[in-house]
Design a protein around this ligand. Structure first.
Ligand code: 8YV
Length: 325
């Protein structure tokens, strides 16, 4: 019997062909809602699922009795109910490594753009306000030589830290991860507890995954501990931060500015003040969004599902226990 796959994110024709060569593929190039009747119908018969940006609920899994594997086109897997997947023996695969450097570029883009006020000052020219040499009112803050505090020092965190230490001569601190002696040696990085990191850092950059433990990890208490000159950068997940506490901290001058690629609710609701605040650079979750990297992520997902549905170990498996069990 030919196995069936539901794909619900844009894939290249060559990637679809690869899947179609082995499986029957129901392809939803655009999926506006998980309740789309055609999608739900396809899911009922699917052995594999490939896509991203959709919250998969236990109720959807109840409706997908044949499902053996999911290949997410993302490194983060907070959209998936891991315990439920484990219980049902459904494999979950993600796309680490291929997006590390691109996402780290985005992190550094936010550090630079926020510190040097690049977006705000580009708008200043567009408005025709550049009538004389710029002065104090347009000056930003240095990045080089400052202290970069990484909350989370996984692959992406380390790639940002590397840019900071080796490219910009920054002192790197990190918390919320076990000490990493190899990085300490490579970058002169130093492990700190969270409070010390918040107090010492000029830039605080969040890269932890969203889990029950990291939800709202950064709130009023944490912003209060940061320097009033601190720049806060989040490229992890919006829910790691208490967004209203962040808005208050920015408005009340507890911190200087923020660079944000992720938000509590995405797309940002129309009434969010964040994109309109002068001391905020807000981006529409572009962490991994380059042609090269999104193609590589989709390819990794295709490779993962091909292996998983053939009973072979996928390249990037999230839930070992579903494999062993
Ligand atoms: C993707 C991401 O944009 O991989 C991740 O976890 O956050 C991004 O690279 C996103 O998940 C795709 O919708």
């Amino acid at each position: 019997m030919t196995k069936r796959i539901v794909a619900f994110r844009r894939l290249k024709e060559s990637q679809l062909d690869q899947l179609r060569h082995e499986f029957h593929v129901d392809y939803f190039e655009r999926l506006d809602s998980a309740d789309d009747p055609a999608f739900r119908h396809a899911l009922r018969q699917a052995h594999g699922l490939v896509g991203a940006g959709l919250r998969i609920t236990p109720e959807m899994l109840d409706d997908a009795p044949r499902l053996e594997a999911i290949a997410s086109i993302s490194v983060g897997y907070d959209n998936y109910p891991i315990d439920e997947l484990n219980r049902r023996g459904i494999l979950l695969c993600n796309t680490p490594d291929v997006l590390t450097e691109t996402t780290a570029d985005t992190g550094f883009l936010l550090i630079m753009a926020t510190a040097r006020r690049a977006i705000e000052l580009a708008e200043f020219i567009k408005r025709g306000d550049w009538q004389e040499s710029i002065g104090d009112a347009q000056f930003g803050s240095d990045v080089h030589g400052k202290t970069l505090g990484m909350i989370g020092m996984g692959r992406i965190g380390a790639a940002i830290a590397r840019r900071g230490a080796l490219g910009f001569g920054m002192k790197v601190l990190y918390s919320n991860a076990s000490p990493k002696p190899a990085l300490d040696a490579e970058l002169g990085a130093e492990h700190r507890d969270m409070d010390a990191l918040l107090q010492e850092s000029d830039f605080v950059c969040v890269t932890v995954p969203l889990t029950a433990e990291t939800e709202r990890l950064i709130g009023q208490r944490e912003f209060a501990r940061m320097k009033s000159s601190a720049i806060f950068v989040n490229i992890a997940r919006g829910k790691v931060v208490d967004e209203s506490a962040l808005i208050d901290a920015l408005n009340q001058g507890h911190i200087h500015a923020a660079g944000l690629d992720v938000f509590e609710q995405e797309p940002l609701p129309d009434d969010s003040p964040l994109p309109h605040m002068a001391n905020v650079v807000a981006l529409p979750h572009i962490g991994s969004a380059t042609h090269e990297t999104r193609t590589a992520m989709a390819q990794r997902a295709v490779d993962n599902i091909l292996l998983a549905l053939k009973g072979e170990r996928p390249i990037s498996l999230v839930n070992e226990s579903a494999w062993n069990g």
